[in-house]
Ligand binder design. Structure first.
Ligand SMILES: *Cc1c(COP(=O)(O)O)cnc(C)c1O
Length: 383
């Protein structure tokens, strides 16, 4: 096989992807490719990845369990730490039970392929995360996408009764746009057409709602409204991994059938211990969520004053629409030279002509760091 043509084409189109190498992190300060910069592209919304108590719990977990779990959950890798974390996640989300997965990507493909049969149908928002789209395709159910957050398109698709069972699947907070799904309307439509609703709350869990339990708490929705909730632990919670939460029956069928649960090594138990502490901090150190909200409002207000192309988002994900992939790359490079790391998001992650800079804010960004970013953005975009 020869990939040289394809690689050359990606490079010519400004779509070539490469990694930057991090040497050290004291988030939001970071040393990358030999340069000290402020990180504005991490999903560590509350700064918990650096919390001394989380790190300490990780270290103690390693002392007790070792570095790796040694096996899948169903063979001999399921520890007290994992079990306790599942119970605490169920409690926090107000659900009967929760099941840990090693990553969010695996949680989504495992859940969708376990629950759906070829005789079923899955309706997905066009802008859903890649793992939800892949999971829907992998399930071999009839796969339909509706226009982003477009309830009349969703209703039209629901009213065509094509298959026996329908599952509606959506991001809670859209990962490249930062906007929320209109979940109360979706709950109503799901009831009306006897469909089931699944929400991926990767970017809402830990951040949204009165106690940080996520987008469902924000809207006041319960397990009977949204029976399948997926959340991740590598973003606001600051560690790694993911979970699905819902009824006893949902969790039991996933344990029996989700292949990305059954045939993979359990996350290290030490990581589960660190996550337990982080989950408690999400609930007790409420100043972190308040500070994040303050940073979001301040960034938006000042960006609008300066005429920067911010998109309509009220969350920590604050994209600035640039347009061409090349231009987005150029601006991102200029920002790096000025000491700010903001990633450029290009097709196919976003639609063609909608390349953007994706600023992500955190509770631990200082006001002068945000002001510095705004100055650098203004100069880099207008030059
Ligand atoms: C990050 C993300 C995932 C994947 O989670 P990982 O734990 O990083 O694999 C799934 N869905 C959405 C919406 C995400 O943003």
């Amino acid at each position: 096989m020869d990939f040289s043509e394809e690689l050359k084409r990606l490079e010519q189109q400004g779509l070539y992807r490469s990694r930057r190498v991090i040497e050290e992190t004291q988030f939001p300060k970071i040393v990358v490719d030999g340069r000290k910069v402020i990180n504005f592209c991490s999903n560590d919304y509350l700064g918990l990845s650096q919390h001394p108590s989380v790190k300490q719990a990780f270290i103690e977990g390693v002392e007790r369990y070792g570095a790796g779990s040694g096996s899948a959950h169903l063979i001999c890798g399921h520890s007290q730490a994992h079990h306790a974390l599942e119970e605490e996640l169920a409690d926090f989300t107000g659900r009967d039970r929760a099941l840990l997965f090693s990553t969010g990507f695996m949680a989504n493909i495992g859940t969708l392929s376990a629950l759906l049969k070829p005789a079923d149908r899955v309706l997905e928002d066009r802008l859903n995360h890649a793992s939800l789209l892949d999971g829907g395709l992998l399930s071999r159910a009839k796969f339909r996408r509706y226009q982003h957050n477009d309830m009349s398109d969703l209703k039209n698709k629901l009213s065509l009764k094509e298959q026996e069972n329908t599952l509606i699947v959506s991001d809670g907070v859209f990962s490249m746009d930062g906007d929320l799904a209109p979940l109360p309307d979706m709950v109503r439509l799901a009831r009306q057409y006897k469909a089931t609703l699944m929400v991926d709350d990767a970017h809402g869990f830990g951040v949204l709602g009165g106690t940080g339990a996520g987008v469902l708490e924000h809207y006041g929705l319960k397990q009977q409204d949204v029976p399948i909730l997926m959340g991740t632990l590598g973003k606001a919670v600051g560690t790694f991994g993911a979970f699905v939460a819902g009824s006893e029956q949902l969790i039991e069928i996933l344990i029996q059938k989700a292949r990305s649960y059954i045939y993979t090594t359990a996350m290290p138990a030490a990581l589960a211990e660190a996550t337990r502490v982080s989950l408690r901090l999400v609930q007790t150190e409420t100043w972190r969520r308040e500070q994040l909200m303050h940073n979001i409002q301040s960034f938006r207000f000042k960006a609008e004053q300066r005429g920067l192309p911010v998109m309509a988002s009220g969350t920590a994900i604050q994209p600035l629409l640039i347009g061409s992939a090349e231009q987005a790359m150029t601006v991102s490079q200029k920002l790096m030279e000025k000491g700010f790391w903001v990633s450029a998001i290009r097709p196919p992650t976003v639609p063609k002509g909608q390349a953007r800079l994706r600023v992500t804010l955190s509770a631990v960004h200082q006001p002068e760091q945000i002001d510095g970013l705004l100055d650098a953005l203004e100069k880099s975009i207008n030059d």
